[in-house]
Design a protein around this ligand. Sequence first.
Ligand SMILES: [Zn+2]
Length: 139
Amino acid sequence: MSRREFTKAVYAQIVKRALHPKHGICCEGCGLVLGAKPYHVDHTIPDALQVDKSRKLTADDGKLLGVECCHKPKTVEDVGVIAKAKRVEGRYLGLKAPKQKIKSPGFAKAARAEKTATKIMPGYRALFAPADQPSEVGK
Ligand SMILES: [Zn+2]
């Protein structure tokens, strides 16, 4: 379903609510005095996560947030939360195919490890074997 937007009347209510009599418009997230700084009216609960969208949005559904101080960080967080909610819902409804197996053959670990060992190790035992014991080299 589409995203519900605030009506002009509700939007005005929210802006009025955020309007401090002395300092002007303040961020409802952190209380920063915004002055001429840009702000957005944010959906307190991201609209994508609302199940019941038949109800009209009211001033209580929105918050006036400064773009830099609160709205940008919240949007980033919301995008992650919305994506997760969609994945969970998809899995619940069985819409998503199960995870696919990795198709590449992978690495031949055992063979490679042996090869490396023989390259590095020749004569190793002979070098560190005690002098009175017979060396394995030349057997
Ligand atoms: Zn803020």
